[in-house]
Design a protein around this ligand. Structure first.
Ligand code: AMP
Length: 623
């Protein structure tokens, strides 16, 4: 699009100022920054001409931290002060970090588990937000040098599976680095943008993203230039590094080394480095030699694929799940986009091609594709390009809902709903005269609250006292484009309202999400049974309460045998409720309903005639 030439009074043309916006791929292993330079969006290099910045930070006492390759070379000499793969620590508690990884060469400050865990370094305690912001600051300096001025905003990419806590800490890191976040963008979505897939008319695209430490698969559907993420799946603990570990094991075992790698951190690091180099060379040639402890070992891609069979299977299993979630078959997939340095491995490319029955798109450097997409999106969001160029839609990974009576979950936004989204549902009070309602926000696929994850609780007060079931409470869930959730509740007659923004301090990782999904599938039948029982118990309890209240108010309308028979049914029903006997609960509820229905009709007659005599409209309403 041509820039408009506007004339000043003196006739000198002025140029509208182009705003400086960048796209940043904050990766587990490497990070990049991209921006529009002249006609196209490009990855910006450092003064050595390198675009990839190793996501490694080395802390020295009282000095500026070193970031990138300078820090990488300190990994062996100063493993405790050189922090790598910090993305894996974002949004997690110390106990979660420890549960996930057996070996971490860092000295964590053992604070409270609900605090952000910090690593003790020579330059003081550094938490994942600070460490990530040091990586971002390095990219910001690079971009400001290249673009000759301060940045106006940035789009930062995150794995599709990042939860609220991880997204929030990414934003915090950006803010700490002095960046204005225009938007957090899912990495696979950014990759599809880089390939310009919005220019196609329609089709289904798989974005297969295997980075250093995380794996994401997304299924995008293209319709008339608009694309939507139909489903996502992934594993935040599966990446190119895991192939290094298996290759390192193979080197260690094949060379029958005497070294105790578990006790010697620097020997462990150099073994991993050697494995990583061998893995890279296997992408160039079918057979490679590895020199280790004076021995010469040989490995080819066939043996490498055998060693890594379980990892390959894990990636394909996740692809199967994503297809299933999106309701698509392999034949429905038109394009496969490979993202992340680890997809250069021939063993990955052939496994993916065999699974989908077609070759993948690989023209754009898989290390740069996400940053380029983010750069394109940043350019649009800052207003340098028409905003209608494309529309991005993402999905939420797990259902969101609230707790209802009986500890049951009412789902308000089902999983894989396109975001941003607003959905509302009406609820009512359970007890007569109830003036407050506790709203418990949960996330997960199961029917019972105890099997889901609690996100937040808040209270709606000031509900005008009414009979049970008369109040109308509108609960609204809003998930913004970054996946952050706000929940509000409003009483419709008086308009009292309360709301909360959900930023859970520590979130879920993809493994936990996968576990939650598979446990919901495994337990689906049983959960439905429990739900049916709980609902029957709830209905019965409500009927018992209402009947007792009615008898208290109008006992004169019942004769003694009737009172006795109602009391007997209530007693039996209470027993059936406590003994979880669903069939009996149903039968007795029906019986009580019949008798109390008759009684209710008599009460109605009485109150109508009272009302007609001008006694009490309120009493009539109540009955
Ligand atoms: P990323 O998080 O996308 O930067 O991922 C980097 C991962 O890609 C690391 O595990 C690298 O070892 C891996 N990688 C980069 N280049 C190659 C290559 N040529 N062959 C195999 N793996 C590679």
């Amino acid at each position: 699009m041509a820039l408009l030439q506007i004339s000043e009074p003196g006739g000198k043309p002025i140029q509208p100022v182009r705003k400086r916006a960048v796209g940043i791929d904050l990766g587990t292993t490497n990070s990049l920054v991209a921006a529009r330079c002249g006609g196209s969006v490009e990855c910006l290099p450092d003064d050595q001409g390198e675009c990839l910045l190793s996501s490694i930070v080395y802390y020295r006492k009282g000095k500026e931290p070193l970031v990138g390759s300078a820090a990488k070379s300190e990994m062996i000499a100063n493993p405790g002060d050189t922090i790598a793969s910090v993305k894996r620590l974002l949004g997690k508690s110390l106990s979660e970090i420890k549960a996930e990884r057996q070996f971490i060469p860092y000295d964590f400050n053992e604070g409270r588990d609900d605090q952000t865990p910090a690593i003790r370094t020579a330059d003081g305690d550094k938490d994942p937000v600070i460490i990530s912001s040091d990586i971002l600051k390095c990219l910001v300096r690079r971009a400001e040098d290249c673009m000759q001025g301060a940045l106006d905003g940035a789009v930062i990419t995150v794995p599709a599976y990042f939860d609220d806590a991880q997204r929030q800490q990414t934003r915090d890191a950006a803010r700490l680095a002095g960046l204005k976040v225009l938007r957090l963008l899912n990495e696979p979505t950014a990759a599809a943008v880089a390939y310009g897939l919005d220019s196609q008319d329609q089709g289904n695209v798989i974005v297969f993203d295997l980075g250093g430490g995380t794996f994401d698969v997304s299924l995008l559907s293209l319709q008339k230039g608009i694309f939507e993420v139909l489903a996502t799946g992934g594993d935040t603990n599966l990446g190119g590094d895991d192939f290094d570990y298996l290759l390192a094991d193979w080197i260690r075992n094949s060379a029958s080394s005497e070294i105790d790698y578990d006790a010697d951190a620097s020997a462990h690091t150099s073994l991993l480095h050697q494995a990583n180099q061998a893995k890279h060379r296997l992408s160039e040639s079918p057979v490679v030699e590895v020199e280790h402890q004076g021995q010469s070992l040989q490995i080819d891609n066939i043996r490498f694929a055998q060693l890594c069979e379980s990892l390959l299977d894990r990636t394909l299993l996740i692809c199967t799940r994503v297809l299933r979630d999106a309701g698509k078959k392999i034949e429905d997939i038109d394009n496969i986009v490979l993202v992340g340095g680890a997809t250069r491995m021939p063993i990955i490319r052939s496994a993916v091609a065999e699974f989908f029955g077609k070759e993948s798109m690989t023209e754009i450097d898989p290390d740069k594709v996400v940053a380029l997409g983010a750069g394109i999106q940043a350019d649009i969001l800052i207003g340098n390009k028409p905003a209608d160029s494309f529309l991005l839609l993402d999905v939420n990974p797990l259902s969101l809902g609230i707790e209802t009576m009986g500890e049951l979950v009412e789902k308000i936004i089902p999983r894989n709903t396109t975001i941003p989204v607003i959905k509302a549902q009406e609820f009512t009070t359970f007890k007569d005269g109830q003036t407050a309602m506790s709203i418990h926000v949960v996330q997960g696929e199961r029917e019972l609250v105890s099997d889901c994850r609690s996100l937040a609780r808040f209270e709606l007060k000031g509900i005008p006292p009414m009979v049970a079931g008369a109040a109308k409470i509108r609960v609204e869930f809003q998930v913004d484009a970054d996946g952050l959730l706000s929940v509000s509740a409003r009483e419709l007659s008086k308009g009292m309202s309360a709301e909360i923004v959900v930023k859970p301090s520590f979130g879920l990782n993809a493994d936990t999400i996968e576990q939650m999904l598979s446990s919901s599938q495994m337990n689906a039948k049983n959960d439905m049974k429990i739900r049916a029982l709980k609902e029957a118990q709830l209905e019965a309890r409500q009927l018992i309460d209402a009947t007792i209240n009615a008898i208290d108010a109008d006992s004169s309308l019942l004769n003694e045998p009737e009172k006795k028979s109602i009391a007997a049914i209530i007693e039996k029903l209470n027993l059936a409720i406590t003994q979880d006997e669903q069939i009996k609960i149903h039968a007795l509820t029906e019986q009580l309903n019949r008798i109390s229905g008759d009684f209710a009709a008599r009460r109605m007659d009485l109150h109508v005639s009272e009302a007609l005599r001008g006694e009490s409209i309120e009493k009539l309403e109540k009955s």
